[in-house]
Design a protein around this ligand. Structure first.
Ligand code: SF4
Ligand code: SF4
Length: 194
């Protein structure tokens, strides 16, 4: 007699984690594909959004949960919410993608192709952390140091400078202490996350 497949703990854990963090029960996705058909980045993704949902549904195969965490897709997602608007089951896929990004980082499973995207995110956050605003020049320098793309888009710099888009010195928010507390609180909450 053929035995029924059982959910593998790794696959089940990831689906449960997604449910706990987002309220999205991936089992409700019936693979209509409307999310993928509307996603502006689907052509660039290794798995379009409906396939990411499918990977999360296959609880008995841990390698599928692993593939979702190691995918390039989760880093390409723009959080534009088109998929969410189109989904007949009202599944909040952008939130799922966000949770997968957190899990991927926490488990050290970030896709190597996402290296520059992460460098950009970190440079952006550093700018906000130290000035309370986006300081473009600081962000560009930070990004280049992190990514190693020193010459990329260099010819754009003079035009941006002349157009007043790049400032040499940052503008800072007045209440820096509040900013510091906000970041400290967020980092503490992240450390305490199970
Ligand atoms: S939120 Fe992400 S997955 Fe959804 S349509 Fe936009 S880019 Fe695609
Ligand atoms: S639109 Fe919704 S139900 Fe259809 S495949 Fe995408 S997530 Fe699943």
């Amino acid at each position: 007699m053929r035995s029924e497949p059982h959910a593998h703990p790794a696959g089940q854990r990831l689906a449960e984690r997604v449910l706990e963090k987002t309220g999205v029960d991936v089992a409700r996705c019936y693979q209509c594909g409307k999310c993928s058909a509307g996603c502006p980045l689907a052509g660039e993704m290794d798995y379009p959004p409906s396939q990411i949902m499918h990977l999360l549904q296959l609880l008995e195969f841990p390698e599928f949960a692993e593939a979702a965490l190691r995918s390039h897709t989760i880093w390409l997602c723009l959080t534009c919410e088109i998929c969410y608007c189109r989904c007949p089951m009202e599944l909040d896929i952008p939130k799922v993608m966000d949770t997968l990004r957190h899990e991927s980082l926490a488990q050290n499973k970030v896709n190597p192709k996402a290296r520059d995207i992460l460098a950009f995110h970190r440079a952006f956050l550093d700018s906000v952390r130290y000035t309370g605003r986006l300081f473009e020049m600081g962000q560009v320098v930070d990004y280049k140091l992190r990514s190693g793309h020193f010459l990329q888009d260099m010819l754009q710099a003079p035009w941006m400078f002349l157009a007043g888009k790049l400032h040499l010195l940052p503008e800072r928010v007045r209440d820096r202490a509040l900013l510091k507390r906000m970041f400290a609180k967020t980092l503490k909450a992240k450390e305490n996350r199970p």
